[in-house]
Design a protein around this ligand. Structure first.
Ligand code: FES
Length: 152
């Protein structure tokens, strides 16, 4: 993992104990089938928690893999859910899931503990068959825009 930004954190991380508990929840959920965006979203809604917290738990507190259903356009949005949380990664993930729901799917969401651009947190990659765009210091509205472009 590289350096974190000189900029002051703008957001709070999910605390490690809480992540461990969320990780156990998603592991249990995974026993019932693949952790699709739809299943994670419905589960988070049932639990009354932000879906991004479960994505962070998948990346940081489990060995689980998310299904790579990149849809007909072959698009995957991959988010750092590690230290990037302190610079808004969770909001970016929540926006991606909101976009996924609004569109009825059509792309995959992935999470990692680091994407090696830590000094530019929050970091997201939009992977398409044409290549990968890395978004740095990413804001939710930029995630929405990048997905609009990738899925156009
Ligand atoms: S912590 Fe390294 S890119 Fe987010």
């Amino acid at each position: 993992m590289g350096n974190t930004p000189n900029r002051s954190p703008t957001h709070r991380d999910v605390d490690m104990n809480r992540l461990a508990g969320l990780g156990m929840e998603v592991e249990e959920l995974a026993e019932g089938g693949p952790l699709t965006t739809d299943r994670l979203l419905r589960y988070a809604e049932e639990q009354g928690k932000p879906v991004s917290h479960y994505y962070a738990a998948v990346a940081l507190a489990t060995e689980l893999e998310l299904p790579a259903d990149a849809g007909p356009a072959g698009v995957t949005a991959v988010f750092c859910a590690g230290k990037c949380q302190s610079w808004g990664a969770l909001d970016a993930i929540d926006e991606a899931v909101a976009q996924w729901e609004r569109r009825g799917g059509g792309f995959a969401i992935g999470v990692r503990s680091c994407l090696d651009r830590c000094e530019e947190a929050a970091v997201c990659q939009i992977r398409t068959p044409a290549g990968t765009a890395t978004l740095v210091r990413v804001k939710p509205e930029e995630v929405a825009q990048a997905l609009d472009e990738a899925l156009a």
